[in-house]
Design a protein. Structure first.
Length: 126
C-alpha cells in the first residue's frame, strides 16, 4: 500500500513538472515572437522587453492575468496612433495568443518625451 501511495505521489509530481515545462515554453515562445515582430517591423534604435508577467495581478490599473511591457527607443514614425495601430495589427496576425494579453504596453522613448500606448486584448486604447 505504501509503495502504491509513493508511486501515486511521484506520478503527480512528474505530471506537475511536465506541465510547468510546457507552460514556460509557451510563454517564452510568445515573448520571443513579440520581440521578433517588433524588431523586424519597427524602425527603432533599440527595443527592450521590460516585463512579462503571467498570473493574476491586481493593481491600480485593474486586474489582469497577463501583462507585457516593451520599450521602443528613438523610433521613426509620423503619427503615434497610426504606428500603434500598425504594430497591433502585425502582432494580431503574427503572434499566436497575442489577443489574450490583458495589458500590453508600448513605451515610446526619445530625447524629448516618453509616450505610452496601452493595448488590452488586442484593442488599442485611445
Amino acid at each position: 500500500m505504501r509503495k502504491q501511495i509513493g508511486l501515486f505521489v511521484l506520478g503527480i509530481l512528474a505530471g506537475l513538472l511536465v506541465y510547468a515545462i510546457f507552460t514556460f515554453n509557451k510563454v517564452e515562445d510568445k515573448s520571443s515572437a513579440i520581440l521578433k515582430v517588433l524588431k523586424s517591423n519597427c524602425e527603432c534604435d533599440q527595443i527592450n522587453q521590460f516585463l512579462y508577467v503571467k498570473g493574476l495581478e491586481i493593481s491600480e490599473k485593474g486586474i489582469s492575468t497577463e501583462t507585457v511591457e516593451y520599450e521602443l527607443k528613438n523610433c521613426k514614425y509620423a503619427n503615434l496612433k497610426k504606428e500603434a495601430d500598425r504594430i497591433n495589427e502585425l502582432l494580431l496576425n503574427k503572434v499566436k495568443g497575442y489577443e489574450d494579453i490583458d495589458r500590453f504596453t508600448l513605451e515610446f522613448v526619445n530625447r524629448n518625451s516618453t509616450k505610452l500606448i496601452t493595448i488590452n486584448n488586442g484593442i488599442v486604447n485611445n
